[in-house]
Design a protein around this ligand. Sequence first.
Ligand SMILES: C[S@@+](CC[C@H](N)C(=O)[O-])C[C@H]1O[C@@H](n2cnc3c(N)ncnc32)[C@H](O)[C@@H]1O
Length: 234
Amino acid sequence: MITSDWKIATCRLVCSTILNKMLEINKDIEKYILEHTSLEDELLRELTRITHLKVLQPRMLSGKIQGCILQMFSKMISPKYILEIGTFTGYSAICLAQGLTDEGVLHTIDINDETLEIAREYISRSNVVGKIIIHEGNALTIIPQLNILFDFVFIDGDKREYLEYYHTVFDKVAPGGFIFADNVLWDGKIVKEIKHNDRYTKGIVEFNDFVVTDVRVECILLPFRDGIMAIRKK
Ligand SMILES: C[S@@+](CC[C@H](N)C(=O)[O-])C[C@H]1O[C@@H](n2cnc3c(N)ncnc32)[C@H](O)[C@@H]1O
């Protein structure tokens, strides 16, 4: 009995030491990544501050690293038309719009009028004002009304609806176009046992499982931040 208690205690100690070490390393690496990524625009810094001050769940904002990733991919793709599902306070929309062609337009949809008010203000002060069209309402209703072929789609709405967004938008993505979906690692919950009432994790898992077997696309799950699924329509 004493031996078994001792074994459990030792095992707990080893596990927690390893975990602490991993967190320490991750924090150091995160700091290093931040220090070696281009500076964030002053307007985006202000938008991050305001979002933290005024909005519940400010964690939903993309933030510096993800904003830079989206900006970089958008500049590589040079899309004429971008669709974003989930504007929130406008951070990712401003980043994505940086890669638009001169005549390009980004359509962004959100159901929450309070956060859209902040998005409107910051988009109007950004260097992409005039290139972003905000749609207020449910993406699942608005997307079918958009008569546009998109080169780049960013899915970042309700996690329970990811697969529905994918099906709704698919025919509106140009051949060779890209769909990126955020939070596909969902804090690591996708590899743990899913509680029967956890519809958010189920939504993400269902989406990831569908996409990887969809013969119409190729995909790569990028392990940045909370995971980005990068999909290319063949
Ligand atoms: C994670 S936040 C988006 C974050 C934003 N893309 C960014 O990076 O800063 C998710 C947003 O999706 C919106 N949303 C949720 N369900 C939606 C739906 N069915 N249609 C449109 N927007 C929706 C929410 O109101 C919320 O603002």
